[in-house]
Each structure stands twice: as structure tokens, then as C-alpha cells.
Design a protein around this ligand. Sequence first.
Ligand code: GLA
Length: 383
Amino acid sequence: MPQPSATDRAIAVHKAKWGEPELVVRAPGRVNLIGEHTDYNEGFTLPMALPFDTAIALTTDGDPSSGTVTVESAGFGEIAIDPTGDPTTVAGWARHLAGVVSLLPSYGVPSAGWRATIESDIPTGASLSSSAALEVAAIEVLLVRAGIEWEPIDIARLGQRVENEVVGLPSGIMDQYISAGAVRGHASLMDCREHSLTPIPLPDEAVVAIMDTATRRVLAEVAYGDRRAACQRAVAELGIGSLREANPTQVARIVDPVDRRRAQHVITENQRTLDAARAMRSGDIISLGRLMSESHASLRDDYEVSGPGLDAIVDAANNSPGCLGARMTGGGFAGCAVALVRAEDAESFRSSVLGRYEFEDRQARVWSCAPAQGASIVSNNLS
Ligand code: GLA
């Protein structure tokens, strides 16, 4: 029997605890097919939304501009957020929510006075953007309650501010933007300078497999900040606006060998992402898969953000039936990898990867995922 989804669970728990919700909203996690560590360099990425959601069922409770916020979340029990408090003092996952609640009023959106139940199907710490989905779902539900509509990029910008200013991670725009703006059945070429999303259908002959190494990152934030700093140094040295503008001759002139390799990854990854989008558009799954594998090599060798578990599962994928290409996805070091697999081989690919993956005593998980829709309203009972 299929398990109840995060949305089903949020509604059921909310009804039992607080009655019929006024609003139910969901936002998905994501996987990035290619274009890694390019978003904060004004480059290109090619992510898609996953069929794993974070769902929020909400009921208004008191004054939207000053009332309390009470949240029930599976596994974490009931917590209260002080809408006037300092969100950076809130611990754990709720800091993302506190960040949304504290920043929204400066955009004219009341964010206090509600009770909600939150459930999620997105594995945490797995590079599938569970935090971004929580931020996007929270922003969306409060916008809908206020009767205000925002474009996906504006939702994403606020989510990114929460990460940068409240959580303290210098992350880019990709995760929140795709969670807010994805189109079912499509990956999207994201231009992180123009802030545009161009949906491209996933060819029928291929499926996207998510492979969880069952490793979780430790202190990855520090390494993420280091990589960003290296890119900024390269930009300053070359006297350009961003690595988006750099060409191979310029990059070859960067004096520090490590900074040079970091920049080398970014400019080659941008080109691979544009090539991958073109390959996807023309249904050329062979080239798309090859580009994904080249991306992994560049992230492992030049950007140095892979990890032993990720390399092991990518290796297992490359030796499994139907694999067209495989790579780490997201920030790196641990979590999930992604593979492009011939549709007819999806099941044998899965069992082969599960059997071949050997890293410590970790038990991998593999899911075939169709691209899902970005954040949406599930139900709205507000009059
Ligand atoms: C994390 C960040 C994104 C992006 C990726 C790497 O997921 O949140 O903004 O930089 O890493 O591509």
C-alpha cells in the first residue's frame, strides 16, 4: 500500500490537533542534473523538482501582525516562534521558519498569528534541499494567507536571504528558485545572472535516479565558504564582474594554482550545462549522460567537493545496467548523487547500485524520480 504523502500527513495531523486547515501548501526538494557551484558565480544550472515535498497545513490564530506562531512538526513536537524575536537564536530546522517569519513583514506581508503542521518527505542533510523547500513552503503559505502573489524569483530571493542572513550559509539562488518555479516533467535551465528558468522536457527514454550514499555532511559550510572565497579572489584578480565572464585564456593566467582550478571548474561547468541543455532539448541522452560524468570529474578533481561515499556510488552507477552518466549533486562532500539511466533499465540499475555500493557499512537508497511541479497550493478554504 502506498505510504501517505507529507501533504496527507500534514492534513491528518492538523485536523486531529487543530481542526480543518485553512490553507495547505507544498514545496518540493530538488536534484541538480548539472551546473554545480555555478549559481553564485552568475552561471547556469539545470535542476528539477523531486516528487518529495515539505507540506504546511495552516490555520490563522490571532492577529496576523502580532499574534503567536505555533508549529507542530513530525519528530520535533510542538514549538513556538516569537515573531518579534531574533531568528538567529532559534535552534535547528525551525531557524529557517523563524527567518521567514522575521523577514516577511519588511515586504509588507504579515507573518504572525498562525498555527501549522509541517511534514516532509525530503531526506535531510542529503543535498536534496529540504531547507529550501521549508523556506519556500513557508513563504508561499503566508503570501497566500495575505492574498499576495509573488513571482518564483522573488520567493527564491527571500529564501536565499534567510539562508545567508539568518542561517549563516552563503548559498546561491538555485535551490529555492527551482523549488518555487519548477515545471512538472521538465528540468529547467536556470540562468543565475538573468534570473530566468527555461523548462526543458526530460526525454522519455531516460529516467533520473537519485542515489543516497547514506553519508551526511559535516562542516560542509566551511568548505562551501572557502570555494566561494576562491571564486571571489579569481574575479578580483581578473578584474571582471563574475566568473560567468571569464574565458579559458584568462583563467590560465590566475596565479594561485588552487584558485585557478576552482575557476577552471566553474567556466567548464557553465559550458557543460549549456551543452547539456541543448542535448536534452534534442533528446540526445548519450551526450547528456556524458556531460554529467564529466561534471563529476571536474567537481572531484578541480573543485574538490566530492567525497568517498559519493565517488563510491558514482562508480557503482557507472558499472550498472543502463547508466548514461552519474555525478554528485548539490553542495557535495556527502548526501546524494544523481544518474541518468535508460528507462527500460531503471529497475536493474537500482538493484545493481544497491548491490555494488560499498562504503563503510552504509546502506544506499535509490529512487527513480520524474520531475515534479514547483510549490503549489493544495487547498485554500479562506473565504
Ligand atoms: C548548495 C547551495 C546552492 C548551490 C549548490 C552547489 O545546494 O544551496 O545554492 O550553490 O550547493 O551547486
